[in-house]
Design a protein around this ligand. Sequence first.
Ligand SMILES: [Zn+2]
Length: 299
Amino acid sequence: MAWSSHQFYFTDHITVPLHPGHRFPMEKYRLLHEAVLREGVIGEDQLRPAPLASVSDLLLAHDERYVQGLLTHSLTEKELRPIGLTWSSQLLERSLASTGGFVAAAQSALQTGFSGLLAGGTHHAHKDRGEGYCVFNDFAVAAMKLINEKQVSKILIIDLDVHQGNGNSSIMGMRDDIFIFSMHGEKNYPFRKIPSHLDIALSQGCDDETYLSTLKEALSKINFEYDVLFYQAGVDNLKEDTLGTFNLSLEGLIQRDTMIFEFARGKPIAVAIGGGYAKPIELTVQAHVNTFKVAKISR
Ligand SMILES: [Zn+2]
């Protein structure tokens, strides 16, 4: 289908108050939204505010106690701490939008072949707790919904964020109708990695050449029939990233994304941007914009 038929979702219309100097780069979402418009990658009419996830959808992947605890702000300080973001009604709304936005992107991808969320990829959230800036697990909620409603029967998840998606694997790692491939930093959080269907941990300092050749080989080994690909296109493996341990270049990341879009040729893809914490943050934003530019060439 024509590029103009693809729909995209954003969450930056909901502002989350963080104390000054907080490590989480909340502004990157707005900057990405502005950049895709300014650079003409995505048209204004293709972009819509992410719908909020419904409680019944959240409960497909999360425990009721955890979901209700967040909705009513009744979780303890200790229970909230691993998330790394202070609870506020805005954080809750934004997390609901991020999850609902990916559900909408996944459904839209089934209609037009491609869709994306200018946020999301919250792969550290577990069934009963959040972790690592992730409140709800957007891929798990969307995957369960699509499978439960029989919109698809099999889902491939490719997670190239530098951090392993321990929440994805704790919720979906044992299923045989979902295949999770994660390629991440051996020395990056989470230090206790939970097995996916295929995990590749690369060493600190990994460069473009090693990364791309390893990815190529891994993709050639994935022998899983799927109806839709969920792509977590984290760019925290960029050399300038403050959390990642890899040394990838912007060009290397373009080649990475190109490889994924070629791999999934003919299959619907829903993308979430995942992590990115470069200084300056503009480099991260450029890397995220590039993912959508690559998509535009191939879709
Ligand atoms: Zn990450």
